[in-house]
Design a protein around this ligand. Sequence first.
Ligand SMILES: C[S@@+](CC[C@H](N)C(=O)[O-])C[C@H]1O[C@@H](n2cnc3c(N)ncnc32)[C@H](O)[C@@H]1O
Length: 279
Amino acid sequence: MTATPVNLTGYTPIELRDKEFEQISRWVYDIAGIRLSDNKKALVTSRLGSRLRELRLTSFHQYLDIIANHKHPLSVTERQKALNLLTTNETFFFREIAHFDFIREVILPLKQGRKLRCWSAASSTGEEAYSLAMELATHHSGLWEIIGTDINVEVIERASKGVYPLTRIDHIPTAMLHQYCLKGAGAKAGTFKIKQELRRHVHFSQANLQQPPESLGSFDLVFLRNVMIYFDLQSKTHVVENVLRHLKPGGHLLIGHAESLNGISDKLTLIRPSVYIAG
Ligand SMILES: C[S@@+](CC[C@H](N)C(=O)[O-])C[C@H]1O[C@@H](n2cnc3c(N)ncnc32)[C@H](O)[C@@H]1O
């Protein structure tokens, strides 16, 4: 008996040929710096496959004709849709809690009374930026502002709304949950919303870390967490150079605990695991 993969969608999967996978991988690498290793072929087939069916396409070749052909009328919107589908947006509130403890215990006492500008540089759906917002609203005595950016416009739209399923509250400290979140009722039951008093300090926009806009300005604190795992050394180096242009001298850069900047830049000093200071 031959083993046939179980397909719970009821659709006949559209075959992604090796050459097409290579073209998609090259395309996403050139735009976003994301390296899709060969073991991501099934993931690409399933994530883009549903989009092909929506467009009533029968092959990945046809899809590549749209996204790689700049003259195609759908190419701009479809390229963004493909990027949205190919990024991995896993995140949660107060992820890697040690960073928030460090901000409260070490950074904020140094910055008392001063305006703080912070950047959540691969913000996904906004949990990281709002976790920081809760810390700053509770513990910072000066003005503050947080900018969240991501290459995926869909997650940016969700982040801007600041509405989450109640199942996401797990890591939010109880006092902050009561102070900064509103439980939805009626049609919004099962969700909670970040209160306007926090949201007015937090702004989201789409930006590619391969070429972030100058207009972002400069920051005292940058979160660049759990995104470099998708980059190879070359794109990681390029992204860190880009981020450093927006980090003030003496500003802090926080990366994911599973990530490393070894040998990437001599303009950063490691002051504790996953925490760097500019200069
Ligand atoms: C796994 S999430 C990490 C979210 C959050 N920083 C955290 O640690 O929980 C990675 C995010 O990086 C974004 N991303 C990937 N490549 C990017 C790029 N070139 N520019 C900006 N964002 C990118 C993805 O869209 C995704 O939302």
